[in-house]
Design a protein around this ligand. Structure first.
Ligand code: COI
Length: 382
């Protein structure tokens, strides 16, 4: 689709709706303070390491849904192990979905997040596909507000770091019959994190997978379902053993067109200035970062195209110079240059380019409040 004709997707339209301010939502998840928070030594160790997704804060938000009573039992409670029966259906049928979103600390100490309405809509999109209950976007955002307010000291202030928020929902009913669960738990946990890829803007090497797919037509590919990520792990470890950071999956029908990486979307920058990304087919995830980048580029007048992109075109284009940059994007990955693309019968390298750097800067300047946000994407939590 050419840049001028874009109709907002359902998620984009929902994400653009104005949300109540955090102060209006605060308090829906009352706090039970953790009597055993991290010690000052543990806190210092975690905040000086900032490994992605490895350590978590003192609290978590929670609520429970039952078929009879709907969502209830809201609270911010001490972070800790969950008590679940081995018969809980999530262990058997993977009825589980999640989101990824970040809390950013600005220079003035205020804490913001990015497009929470979009993530709320996507969580509900995923929940529908997995026969899980939907939640109101106000509850979704309130869970972030109350959780982050309780653990605000865990939002790192170092450039490029953030509190990575992981809202998730799963079937906790004790029943191994194959049916949608009548009891579901929702949590938000958070991990003080630095960059997802250690190399940051220096680029990553990607292996193009031909044997395995992460999802297929009519499946759960457009949902942020744990099972899609599980399906990416075997090819991922095989690729890592060959020295690659991530896998790129191809379409299931012809094995010809780029879809997405194990946990992020992809863009291809052409030497003629056009920027392309695989179209939304119902198989790939509609990334919030993908959507924001498309909007920023369209508004700069760039010819951006959501379309089928053949792997062969990209490989030939890198060799001929017709393709000038390739990058990955996602909440965790932000904007990460791809500097090597290889598969069974090809291996090409490409430099990190100015367009990738410029998009990274434009987006992160808005996220961290260093540039004006004309879209209303940033949302103050604290
Ligand atoms: C995110 O970018 O937030 C994701 O959920 C992807 C995962 C690879 C961390």
């Amino acid at each position: 689709m050419a840049s001028t004709q874009h109709t907002p997707t359902e998620l984009e339209a929902a994400g653009d709706l104005v949300l109540p301010a955090a102060d209006e939502l605060a308090g829906r998840f009352p706090l039970t303070p953790n009597a055993y928070p991290a010690t000052p030594e543990e806190y210092d160790e975690i905040m000086s390491t900032l490994a992605f997704g490895k350590k978590f804060t003192d609290h978590m938000a929670h609520m429970r849904w039952t078929r009879e009573g709907g969502w209830d039992d809201r609270g911010v409670i001490p972070y800790g192990p969950l008590e679940l029966t081995p018969g809980a259906s999530v262990f058997h049928y993977c009825q589980s979905v999640f989101e990824g979103i970040k809390a950013y600390k600005r220079e003035d100490g205020s804490v913001w997040t990015f497009r929470p309405g979009y993530n709320a809509a996507r969580l509900n999109h995923s929940a529908r596909r997995l026969a899980l209950p939907e939640l109101s976007r106000e509850d979704f955002v309130a869970s972030l507000v109350d959780y982050v307010r309780a653990d605000v000291k865990w939002v790192p202030g170092v450039d490029g770091s953030s509190l990575y928020l992981r809202p998730f929902m799963f079937a906790s009913e004790e029943f191994v019959g194959v049916h949608p669960a009548g009891v579901v738990d929702y949590y938000v946990i958070g991990s003080p994190s630095g960059p997802y890829f250690k190399g940051g803007l220096s680029g990553v090497a990607i292996w193009v997978e031909r044997e395995y797919h992460r999802a297929g037509p009519g499946g759960t590919g457009s949902a942020k379902a744990g099972g899609n990520y599980a399906a990416s792990l075997l090819p991922q470890i095989q690729a890592e053993a060959k020295g690659f950071s991530q896998v790129c999956f191809l379409d299931t029908y012809e094995g010809k067109y780029l879809e997405e990486l194990g946990g992020m979307n992809m863009f291809v920058v052409m030497a003629d200035g056009t920027i392309r990304t695989p179209e939304l087919t119902g198989v790939i995830l509609e990334g919030g970062t993908r959507s924001a980048i498309l909007r920023l580029l369209r508004d700069q007048g760039v010819d951006v195209r959501e379309e089928k992109i053949a792997l062969s075109e990209v490989v030939d284009g890198i060799r001929s110079g017709a393709v000038s940059e390739v990058f990955a994007c996602g909440t965790a990955a932000v904007v990460t240059p791809i500097t090597r693309l290889a598969g069974d019968d090809f291996d090409v390298e490409i430099e990190v380019g100015d367009k990738t750097r410029e998009i990274h800067k434009r987006l992160t300047d808005i996220q961290w409040g260093r540039a004006e946000d004309p879209y209303g994407w940033t949302y103050r939590l604290v």
